[in-house]
Design a protein around this ligand. Structure first.
Ligand code: SAM
Length: 281
């Protein structure tokens, strides 16, 4: 295992389970990451990742529980299950249940939405336009820090009238005066539009095998990591989370087992530093 410190970025080359085990409890504020999806991708000669089914869920669970130990706030994993021979493997949902059974506290999963690759759902099914983002905390309590309108925009529509919700018995409560917020809560679907072909946030992301768009870590960092906080991505790949953290001016730790990805991260750090302050996300 080797550690590099570049300004506010800590890069660790090595197995994330070993690295996580060395970290102190509650030492980071947010974890946003995305592991390999079963054996869906080849990670080249540096990593032979072939786990599927129960073995894959076990492998992820061990790492997810370490993430919960080191994190004070939200642990979010973008993770999908593969479809093969007309069957969806469901490992992402099996992992979700396994984390809950192991003591993790589930928050409602968020959704990574994008325009999927043509044919990605199979010849008789719909294109794959979304992936679940599993979100857990260690404690069942209000988050110690969150800004749930940080990525919100001013409401698009004027209020249609005062609010009057139905009670459990079906009757309507007396209408309450409704004042529209200055910024609307953005909701739990992160719409990344056409996330492929040049829309990932950086040309460097296209040099890795399975990147996510910068909009995802940007959303989580601004919503769930305080200004003086630390973000961790234990499967950092090309450094998408690092770039988003630099632009949001948060400290960040990235871990990857492949030397090629550490090299990509170093280039990504230089690029993000140049774009910092230009509002480029
Ligand atoms: C899906 S990719 C992450 C891509 C990243 N979100 C991006 O935008 O570039 C998963 C990454 O996890 C890394 N990885 C797989 N197993 C690992 C392990 N045990 N420890 C650390 N990194 C690992 C792979 O090398 C790969 O770069």
């Amino acid at each position: 295992m080797k550690t590099y410190q570049i300004d506010d970025v800590t890069l660790i080359r090595g197995d994330n389970l070993k690295a996580l085990r060395k970290m102190k409890e509650d030492s980071v504020d947010l974890i946003i990451t995305s592991p390999p999806y079963e054996d869906v991708r080849s990670y080249g000669s540096e990593l032979n990742f072939k786990l599927t089914g129960d073995e894959y869920v076990e492998w992820c669970l061990e790492r997810f529980m370490e993430c919960l130990r080191v994190c004070k706030g939200v642990v979010a994993w973008v993770i999908d299950s593969k479809t093969k021979d007309y069957q969806y493997s469901m490992v992402a949902f099996e992992l979700m249940v396994a984390i809950k059974n192991a003591g993790g506290i589930p928050r409602k999963p968020m959704v990574y939405k994008r325009v999927g690759v043509s044919g990605s759902g199979g010849p008789d099914w719909m294109r794959n336009d979304w992936e679940p983002i599993l979100c857990f905390t260690k404690k069942r309590a209000k988050l110690s820090w969150s800004d749930n309108t940080a990525c919100g925009e001013p409401p698009k529509y004027k209020p249609g009238g005062n609010m009057s919700q139905r009670g459990k018995d079906g009757s309507r409560a007396k209408p309450k005066k409704y004042k529209a917020p200055a910024l609307a809560n953005p909701g739990n679907v992160i719409d990344c539009g056409a996330a492929g072909g040049g829309h990932l946030g950086s040309n460097i992301a296209h040099e890795t095998d399975a990147p996510f768009p910068e909009k995802i870590p940007n959303f989580f960092i601004r919503s769930f990591c305080p200004k003086d906080g630390v973000v961790l991505d234990p499967f950092v790949g090309s450094g998408t989370t690092i770039a988003a953290a630099i632009k949001a001016r948060r400290k960040v730790i990235g871990i990857d087992v492949r030397p090629s990805q550490i090299k990509l991260c170093k280039r990504r750090i230089r690029q993000a530093e140049m774009n910092k302050g230009l509002g480029i996300v």
